[in-house]
Design a protein around this ligand. Structure first.
Ligand SMILES: C[S@@+](CC[C@H](N)C(=O)[O-])C[C@H]1O[C@@H](n2cnc3c(N)ncnc32)[C@H](O)[C@@H]1O
Length: 227
């Protein structure tokens, strides 16, 4: 059994759709993620937080928050006065995240494609390593939902796994982590984000294996400051 299947837990992933599905083994995911970032996890996520432009007082949504690691880093960045909501459809991941007991975070079981949240609520929406877990047919809806809950002038920051171009490395990723990561169609993200009505304002690669896109929600009268 590959690592991807072990993380999924009890076989409720979307194996038929070649997406990653829900992750149920929260503690195992924490160990895997810490190892995969080779000691740079906190630094990488703090850099992603900076790229999103979050600042004191902001209301932030982290979609597919998993174990809540990024949400708690974002919560630090929005003090004083800010708050972070984390959503994930996997109850074990949300239980683990809630166990972090951060007073500035609220965690809820929900899926990206049906956010139980009001329109135009958040200054910043983030989603890291999640899109390849959503069924292919639901990805456009998920990004439209993220755009819906973003305030005009707000910022969306999406980062996902960038498959290695080296075929041997890619084969290894496929064997270890599964098809969804090894064949992640990262190039489709720009189109999906623009289709959701957002404007891509920046893209880049982040070592060791992340690709990120930053996008803004058009605002006629209240542009968001760039930090
Ligand atoms: C690889 S983990 C990433 C967790 C966290 N964002 C991080 O960067 O460590 C992918 C997460 O996406 C969640 N997920 C799967 N399907 C989802 C969906 N439809 N909507 C939101 N999250 C989803 C999984 O349960 C899992 O927690």
């Amino acid at each position: 059994m590959g690592l991807g299947a072990r993380l999924l837990g009890d076989g409720h992933g979307h194996a038929d759709d070649a997406s990653g599905g829900l992750i149920r083994r929260a503690r195992l995911y924490e160990i895997f993620s810490a190892a995969a970032f080779a000691g740079r996890r906190r630094r990488v996520f703090d850099q992603l937080a900076a790229l999103s432009g979050v600042g004191p007082g902001d209301r932030v949504l982290d979609v597919g928050c998993g174990t809540g690691f990024f949400a708690t880093r974002l919560a630090t960045a929005v003090q004083p006065g800010g708050r972070v909501d984390g959503i994930d459809p996997s109850p074990p991941m949300i239980d683990y995240a809630a166990g972090r007991e951060n007073a500035h975070c609220v965690f809820t079981v929900a899926a990206a494609e049906a956010l139980p949240l009001e329109d135009a609520t958040f200054d910043v929406v983030t989603s890291t390593l999640v899109i390849h877990h959503i069924t292919h047919g639901n990805r456009a809806t998920a990004l439209a939902e993220m755009a819906r809950v973003l305030r005009p002038g707000g910022c969306l920051l999406v980062a996902d796994f960038r498959p290695p171009t080296n075929p041997v490395a890619n084969h290894l990723i496929s064997a270890l982590a599964g098809h969804a990561m090894a064949h992640n169609p990262i190039g489709e993200l720009t189109g999906l984000i623009e289709q959701a009505g957002l404007r891509v304002t920046g893209t880049g690669d982040h070592r060791p294996w992340l690709h990120y896109l930053r996008a803004g929600k058009p605002s006629s009268d209240r542009p968001r400051r760039i930090r």
